[in-house]
Design a protein around this ligand. Structure first.
Ligand SMILES: [Zn+2]
Length: 273
């Protein structure tokens, strides 16, 4: 009889400390609670993020410490920092001119993917999460996570690759509604951000893990001038009621599944089609 591997290993690949809190922390807590091995990998220390501390080495060290705190709250078994430089954001939200020499966006995709693939192989990972091709809201390091993650899974032969995203349909609907009360709200950027509902293959209900998700967000105190409602809310400058709706579900896209696939768990086997 063939042994069935019931305890699986999931590697969550993120650009910066705190991205895991926003996009995948509920799923991570759920998988850990189910007894699976959850590994968190970040590409950078996030040393050029917006914070009360000035950008630089001290901020990077603070944010990595926060990452470990978040990982502990979520039940992660291991945390790895690939140690690339945070590419930061240009004034227009694009690529920053004054980025460090080892900026993640300047890393050779093959080299970076090889390093991540080594972790996937060592962990015999069943699943890797990356980002959608838009890199969510378009941070250059997030786009690079998409490229590097996809290639790493190819090299390592990781069977399931899920692109962590947000269902932009209800997000846009909420934002259009909110514009009545916040006329200054500029929603154009969101029309291309994240993924349309029709592309989403996995809707993972994580409300049961809201406590862990909040703890994960709260762990990133250097980013949290406004307590735990900051991450998506402040980063994307969206009002709190809309922010709340993204709290209960996490969304993923698995490429190559038939259109209309709707799965509820990362390890759910898609129907043959
Ligand atoms: Zn990020």
């Amino acid at each position: 009889m063939r042994a069935i591997k019931t305890v699986k290993t999931a590697v969550f690949f993120h650009a910066h400390p705190d991205d895991e809190a926003l996009l995948t922390s509920g799923t991570m807590a759920m998988l850990a609670a189910e007894g699976h091995r959850v590994v968190l990998v970040v590409a950078t220390s996030g040393e050029r993020g917006q914070a009360d501390i000035a950008p630089g080495e001290a901020l990077g060290a603070t944010r990595v410490a926060e990452l470990y705190k978040s990982a502990a709250a979520l039940g992660c078994a291991r945390v790895v920092n690939l140690g690339y430089g945070d590419s930061g954001l240009g004034p227009d939200g694009g690529i920053a001119e004054d980025r460090p020499d080892n900026a993640f966006i300047d890393a050779d995709v093959e080299e970076a993917a090889g390093r991540l693939a080594a972790i996937l192989a060592e962990e015999r990972a069943d699943l890797l999460t990356t980002y959608d091709p838009a890199g969510g809201y378009g941070h250059p390091d997030h786009v690079q996570v998409h490229r590097v993650g996809g290639r790493a899974a190819e090299i390592a032969g990781t069977p399931i690759v899920l692109e962590a995203t947000v269902n932009r349909d209800p997000l846009l609907k909420g934002l259009r509604l909110a514009r009545r009360f916040y006329p200054q709200l500029d929603i154009r950027a969101f029309e291309r951000a994240y993924s349309p509902g029709e592309a989403i293959t996995h809707r993972v209900a994580v409300r049961r893990f809201a406590r862990q998700k909040r703890a994960s967000m709260a762990a990133h105190a250097s980013q949290a001038t406004g307590a735990d409602t900051r991450t998506l809310g402040a980063m994307l400058k969206i009002p709190q009621p809309i922010y709340r709706f993204v709290f209960g579900t996490e969304w993923y896209v698995q490429r190559g599944l038939p259109p209309g696939t709707r799965l509820r768990h990362p390890f759910e086997v898609p129907p043959k089609g």
